[in-house]
Design a protein around this ligand. Structure first.
Ligand code: NAD
Ligand code: TDX
Length: 324
């Protein structure tokens, strides 16, 4: 598992190890600004858990680690669109080159299956209707372009080399342990702290929200039962505008619209994401389980109760393991 100390990867590790005393997982994570080793504190004593601090771009490290593993689940990425607009370099290195290094090592050592965690942003932006897996890729940000490159590389290793590769493309995740730069934890923690929140443009952009636990269940279904060489969309079916989302967060924190600062729009801001999830539903029986209202309330409560986790991250530090 790459990127296991991040928001989604750590949920995946906690849920797999929490459910199976005999599971064995090696996490490879560089612990960048968004990687928090304390996110894995609850499974640190699991007998099947190993943590390796390293970079997926480092071919020697990856080559040495790969033997003996049945499956690679690849989460590691530079994941924040705004950072990719400021500078695309780390996105190309980690998301594109890092994926190629992993694919080559997995191929060399005959790993059984390679699960590549991609994103709905590779499709671009859609004003009406929803994307199926056959939709052409038309990414707009350096982040989504780097994710589209790695997504296509993974599929190319299936077609060219016959590797067992599956790709998941998921919509916007939310939940506990999300780095407080993404809109839901950023707005929630700002509001809890009495600060304002920066709403980009007119707030009319639409995102399809999915609870992180539903995303991880979808990835596990694809890992265990997806067909080699196939892509599976994983979505939540809860589409809201950023303005509506802001209203819900103001309500949940007992604050008002005077806290909302209307700021300049994000460059190249995608208007709307929407996924058709018929394929994973029909083939693998996937259904999102967390209702958005419940998941959002639980998420706001988690940030309220876990200041010790996010406060150091906002200050550019790492939280202590005991506080995670
Ligand atoms: P995140 O930023 O919280 O975590 C990324 C993790 O990868 C961190 O632990 C970081 O230390 C690690 N990492 C980064 N560069 C690395 C490198 N070179 N070598 C090893 N480890 C490295 O991201 P996230 O939100 O948990 O996203 C995980 C994956 O899911 C990404 O591939 C992302 O594109 C994808 N995804 C995210 C969302 C979302 O809404 N967050 C939606 C769809 C898909
Ligand atoms: O301060 C903000 N103000 C604001 O209005 C921020 C950070 C965001 N926004 C808007 C931009 C987006 O329309 O909120 C929306 C969500 O923004 P992000 O949380 O940055 O997510 P997004 O750009 O949609 O990308 C996310 O979903 C797909 C993840 O970061 C990606 O990793 C994933 O692939």
């Amino acid at each position: 598992m790459t990127g296991g100390a991040g928001f989604i990867g750590s949920e995946f590790v906690r849920s797999l190890l929490g459910a199976d005393a005999s599971a064995r997982i090696t996490v490879l994570d560089k612990l960048t600004y968004s990687g928090v080793e304390a996110n894995l504190a609850s499974v640190a004593d699991h007998p099947g858990y190993t943590f390796v601090h390293g970079d997926i771009c480092d071919a020697d490290t990856v080559d040495a680690l790969m033997p003996g593993h049945d499956v690679v689940v690849h989460f590691a990425a530079e994941s924040h669109v705004d950072r990719s607009i400021e500078g695309a370099g780390p996105f190309v290195l980690t998301n594109v080159v890092g994926t190629q290094v992993l694919l080559d090592a997995a191929r060399k050592h005959g790993v059984g299956r390679f699960v590549h965690v991609s994103t709905d942003e590779v499709y671009g932006s859609i004003t009406e209707g929803s994307w199926t897996e056959e939709w052409p890729l038309a990414p707009n940000s350096p982040y989504s372009a780097s994710k589209a490159s790695s997504d296509l590389l993974a599929l190319a290793y299936h077609r060219t080399h016959g590797m067992d590769v599956v790709v998941t493309r998921c919509s916007n995740n939310y939940g506990h342990h999300q780095f407080p730069e993404k809109v839901i934890p950023l707005f929630t923690t700002n509001l809890i702290d009495g600060a304002s929140v920066p709403l980009y443009g007119d707030g009319g952009n639409i995102r399809d929200w999915l609870h992180v636990s539903d995303h991880c269940r979808g990835i596990e279904l694809v890992m265990r039962g997806g067909r080699a060489g196939e892509v599976y969309n994983i979505g939540g079916g809860t589409e809201v505008t950023n303005k509506e989302l802001t209203g819900l967060l103001l309500e949940a924190t007992g604050t008002g619209w005077e806290r909302v600062e209307h700021v300049a729009d994000r460059k190249g801001h995608d208007l709307r994401y929407s996924l058709d999830i018929s394929k994973i539903r029909t083939e693998l029986g996937y259904e999102p389980q967390v209702a958005f209202a419940d998941g959002l309330a639980a998420t706001v409560a988690w940030y309220r109760d876990n200041r010790a986790w996010w406060e150091p991250l906002k200050a550019g530090l790492q939280p202590k393991a005991a506080q995670a």
